[in-house]
Write a protein that binds this ligand. Structure first.
Ligand code: NI
Ligand code: MN
Length: 226
């Protein structure tokens, strides 16, 4: 049993198992880093970490076309129902066993308004148990010490923002790796906009030299099998 993780730029990934296709934070349209078109993605489930446009992105059109169920916080789930999209609302600290595996919402220190200013609930990260593998997508967040607790899940792959300004920057991301001690860390949420430009190679080298985690820089369109 394997999980195939495909990067689409920014914080967007596909997680494909033998039975399910998941998509997380599908910011495709308007994302200069994305290699796919929103029309080419056919997920069964879409996970949304918060309501900001660079994460909510193409969720509604993709879900309407594919029939995907949106998994997010209660407020975003409610918004999806209004849009005629199937959803499963959850909240921080809660886990649920879906047909494809288990999902738990974790804290994230950030904001979560919709584009019109409407309240988008608490931002979150996701801890996922898929086919015997444990994945952690941090969403948009600053560093928090409770990552130590999240790390107790025994993470195979962590996806961490390194862009700074809106989220953790490189130094805090390295501290996060030390708290989470995942086997592999994929860098995300950088270079999409000028204000979050980073030298990802040097961040990867620092992770290599200062932690026991394997850093991964994925190019949009690239797939990693775990
Ligand atoms: Ni955000
Ligand atoms: Mn963001």
């Amino acid at each position: 049993m394997t999980v195939r993780i495909t990067y689409h730029g920014h914080s967007c990934f596909s997680f494909d198992t033998d039975t399910a296709r998941l998509l997380i934070d599908p910011f495709i349209t308007g994302n200069s880093m994305a290699e796919v078109r929103a029309d080419d993605l056919n997920p069964h489930y879409i996970l949304v970490s918060h309501a900001h446009g660079d994460h909510l992105g193409d969720t509604v059109p993709i879900a309407r076309r594919s029939g995907a169920t949106v998994i997010s916080n209660y407020e975003i789930a409610h918004y999806m129902e209004e849009q005629g999209v199937k959803s499963h609302g959850m909240h921080i600290g809660g886990a649920y066993q879906f047909p494809f595996g288990k999902v738990k919402l974790t804290i994230a220190h950030h904001g979560s308004s919709f584009e019109d200013g409407r309240y988008g609930g608490s931002p979150c990260g996701f801890l996922l148990w898929l086919d015997g593998k444990v994945l952690y997508h941090a969403g948009d967040t600053g560093l928090f010490y409770d990552m130590t607790l999240i790390g107790q899940a025994g993470i195979d792959v962590a996806m961490l923002p390194i862009g700074d300004n809106f989220t953790m920057g490189p130094e805090d991301a390295i501290q996060a790796v030390q708290f989470l001690h995942p086997k592999t860390t994929i860098l995300m949420h950088y270079d999409t906009f000028e204000v979050i430009a980073q030298d990802e190679q040097s961040v990867a080298e620092m992770i290599s030299s200062q932690t026991s985690t394997r850093p991964a820089i994925m190019r949009p369109g690239e797939t990693m099998t775990v």
